[in-house]
Design a protein around this ligand. Structure first.
Ligand SMILES: [Zn+2]
Length: 112
């Protein structure tokens, strides 16, 4: 579940987006002005592994089935646990994003 940070070239604001899958990353728009003219920033919690290998290493089929992820509470739980494993310091901003993903609001955004 990658999280990207962007700067909008239109209104110059920065924001973060958590993606449930990489397909969504291509559809990102500015949260403030809806522009697609964005620059991706280097994420503050970037780890040594590439995104691809991180996703590869996370084998969801082993420990949890579909039911685990149907409970939205577990989504945030996983993200928090995973980032802790990666040595990521969860700031308040991060908690907010995880919370957004957890409650499904992020999906509403994409369905607009
Ligand atoms: Zn903007």
């Amino acid at each position: 579940m990658p999280i990207y940070e962007y700067r909008c070239n239109q209104c110059n604001r920065e924001f973060s987006e958590l993606f449930l899958n990489l397909r969504e990353a291509g559809k990102v728009r500015c949260k403030y002005c809806n522009s697609r003219n964005l620059s991706r920033l280097i994420s503050s919690f970037r780890v040594h592994q590439t995104e691809g290998s991180r996703l590869e290493n996370f084998d969801t089929s082993k420990s949890q089935g579909d039911a685990f992820y149907k409970d939205s509470r577990n989504v945030g739980l996983w993200a928090k646990k995973r980032m802790k494993e990666l040595g990521v310091d969860l700031g308040s901003k991060m908690g907010e994003i995880v919370e957004k993903g957890r409650t499904g609001k992020i999906l509403d955004d994409y369905n607009k």
